[in-house]
Write a protein that binds this ligand. Structure first.
Ligand code: AHR
Length: 684
């Protein structure tokens, strides 16, 4: 019998046997699960996601737009700010690196075979007051080809067989009619993956120049065209060339893959959004983060500038160091939450800009402006199509209200100003939307606080030391949402050890599911071409995306979330982990998935050696004799998934026999293991 089991061990990396074989080993960890003891609920929304425009998470990431700086506004410095050298200063003197190198980031002028002409940003021919800059292209000598190149966000991913939809606004000098060629070509320019021509722009219904102004441009007009790819290249560029000399203006030049997540127009990249869907998120927190606060109050996320036709949106400098088009806006977030089957959680500016940067505090009538802004946002999401903002939602294609369950009042705000503002926002929100569940940034014993948002960015040692953090949390205080957490110190750009430390902390949150209702890792995304934050959950470039080990751990937890946790005792000796400190050899938690009729045991072994242990299940009947096993492990704690090696640390499924209610199992070095076996709670 023992011999046979030893064979299984080799295959499954998880051994089982009659427990008696190791009964005398006092250092052997014992995990005792007692279903006769009190149980605590775990919210179905426990594991969610937090999206913020950081590391090009949206523009150049999740948001499927392929053209960089489509609105020609990426070099616009906000009103009142000033640039000096490579720095930009806000009116109050907060400074940042100038986020653009030239007037038209993403765009360059193309002149081949003796062509002559120029390209320039132009503030004299605004498309509308929200898009004051356009691109003027002048071609004086055709040569072999002359026009514009857009680099996309570090290249445009083009796949053979797929369609790409371009849309743009243009006008020509003197209403001259001219054909335009759009092509998607590789970087070297020697492979054309897709090409399409618009026979004529500029002339037509918007007609002749004004009398007495022979060279005056005609009016702006929108054009669309589809490009079908017959070759693939992940790093194409978009080339736009007129077929004869012309002076023309372009603005809001957009290119989307026809296939987006759930086929939404102005939608999300399918591959990236699918990674989110695979996390089975209970909620989606948006749109930030610090960008909700802004470096000035005007620089906060202005949701009203992020809705409607993309030509009417007014982007802004994103305090993480680049221009945010607002293409992925308030409506899209609400839609995405719905498409992911997640509850929407909207974070609102509370009349305070980022306190860690350069705080501005609104007061009096100004504060009312921010309160009203929030109420309008809620009306946009929840109001009937007959209401002012509900009507705008309907005009944007969504007559019926969205679901918006949670409203977070501020992000990481604190102090007396916050407390005062919080109360004003809380009262206003609850008066009009009593069903909205509010979240506060800090504990305020004198205030009505439903849920408080805790944030942790730590090193591995800290999360190991927080294995019991919420055990004694005040059950009479507010519920807890851990809105941002990650190991982002001492782990380079992320590694398995960091992920395992996070799982130890997650076991603690799950064990205290009666008070810790929700949690979300942060930040969610990193475009590997621009990292603004040291460690992020999902890495991507224009054509690929990969979940780090922490992503895999998140997925394993969300897919194995119990409805209730069972009393779980772990007797495990402590060991010293090099470079970290003292950890336990095993951490564990068991729970019940009532619908599946299964007991779920999650076990973390953060040590570099395998750990044989005993599991004892009490108070459970109808125990299955087999367990499904999911193991996330690697022999090297520094292992990590990368763009080129995405499957270094991924969950592996197997099966093991469970001979009795007490059984032996060996947990791999550096591992998270989940055992699921059918079980019912014995009648009490
Ligand atoms: O997740 C990155 C940042 O960390 C968030 O913007 C902010 O809330 C926190 O400080």
């Amino acid at each position: 019998m023992r011999k046979r089991i030893a064979t299984i061990v080799c295959v499954l990396h998880l051994s089982i046997s009659a427990v008696t074989m190791a009964a005398k080993d006092v250092t052997r960890p014992v995990i005792t699960v007692d279903a006769t003891g009190p149980m605590r609920p775990v919210s179905p929304e426990m594991y969610g996601i937090f999206f913020e425009e950081i590391n090009h998470a949206g523009d150049g990431g999740l948001y499927a737009e392929l053209v960089q700086n489509r609105d020609m506004e990426a070099s616009a410095i906000p009103e009142g700010w000033r640039a000096e050298g490579d720095q930009v200063f806000t009116p109050k003197g907060w400074r940042t690196r100038k986020w653009f190198q030239d007037d038209l980031p993403g765009w360059s002028f193309l002149a081949e075979g003796g062509a002559e002409g120029s390209m320039a940003i132009d503030a004299n021919h605004p498309l509308n007051d929200r898009n004051p800059h356009s691109l003027r292209l002048t071609v004086t000598k055709m040569g072999s080809r002359c026009g514009l190149v857009n680099s996309g966000y570090w290249g445009i991913n083009v796949q053979a067989g797929e369609w790409y939809d371009a849309a743009f606004y243009a006008k020509t000098e003197g209403s001259k009619g001219v054909g335009l060629v759009f092509s998607l070509e590789n970087e070297a320019g020697d492979k054309v993956c897709a090409r399409a021509t618009i026979p004529e722009i500029g002339r037509g219904e918007f007609g002749p120049p004004q009398p007495g102004a022979a060279n005056a441009p005609a009016q702006w007009r929108k054009y669309t065209l589809g490009l079908h790819a017959n070759a693939s290249d992940p790093k194409c560029r978009l080339v736009i060339t007129p077929i004869e000399p012309v002076t023309m203006w372009l603005d809001v030049v957009s290119l989307f893959p026809r296939k987006t997540f759930k086929d939404r127009p102005n939608g999300m990249r399918r591959d990236v959004a699918q990674l989110l869907a695979d996390m089975k998120p209970g909620f989606l927190r948006f749109p930030g983060g610090c960008i909700v606060e802004g470096v000035t109050l005007h620089n906060r996320i202005r949701w009203k500038d992020s809705i409607g036709d993309i030509s009417q949106r007014k982007g802004d400098f994103d305090l993480w160091g680049y221009y945010n088009t607002y293409g992925l806006g308030y409506h899209e977030y609400l839609q995405l939450a719905e498409d992911l089957g997640a509850e929407a959680m909207y974070v609102v500016n509370v009349g305070m800009s980022c306190q860690g940067r350069c705080p501005e505090i609104a007061s009096g009538a100004d504060l009312q402006f921010y309160v009203q802004d929030t109420l309008d946002a809620l009306e946009y999401a929840l109001g009937p199509a007959t209401s002012e903002w509900g009507a705008k939602r309907a005009a944007n294609g969504r007559p019926e209200p969205f679901k918006l369950k949670y409203v977070e009042i501020g992000n990481e705000n604190h102090g007396p100003n916050y407390e005062r503002h919080y109360k004003v926002f809380y009262d206003a929100i609850k008066a009009k939307y009593p069903q909205a569940i509010t979240i506060a940034d800090t504990r305020m014993p004198q205030m009505p606080v439903e849920i408080v948002d805790d944030h942790y960015y730590v090193d591995p040692a800290r999360f190991f030391s927080m294995a019991n953090h919420y055990d004694n949390a005040d059950r009479n205080g507010p519920s807890i949402y851990v809105g941002e957490y990650a190991v982002n110190r001492g782990v380079g750009t992320g590694n398995l050890l960091g992920a395992l430390a996070e799982t130890v902390f997650m076991l603690n949150m799950e064990r205290n599911g009666d008070i810790v209702l929700m949690c979300s890792y942060a930040p969610l995304f990193e475009n590997v071409n621009q990292r603004d934050w040291p460690v992020n959950l999902i890495l991507m470039d224009g054509s690929r995306c990969v979940g780090r080990s922490s992503y895999q751990a998140q997925k394993v937890f969300a897919s194995n979330r119990p409805d209730v946790v069972l009393q779980t005792q772990v007797q495990a000796p402590e060991v010293k982990l090099a470079g970290i400190g003292i950890v336990r050899r095993l951490y564990a938690l068991a729970g019940l998935d009532a619908r599946a009729g299964e007991v779920i045991v999650k076990v973390v072994n953060p040590t570099p050696s395998e750990v044989p242990a005993t599991i004892s299940l009490k108070g459970l009947s109808k125990l299955g004799d087999k367990a499904k096993v999911v193991t996330l492990a690697h022999a090297n704690a520094n292992a990590e998934n990368t763009m080129d090696n995405p499957n270094v640390v991924v969950p592996v499924e197997s099966e093991m026999r469970v001979p009795a209610a007490e059984f032996a199992a060996t947990f791999r070095a550096n591992s998270l293991t989940v055992l699921r076996l059918s079980a019912a709670v014995e009648r009490r």
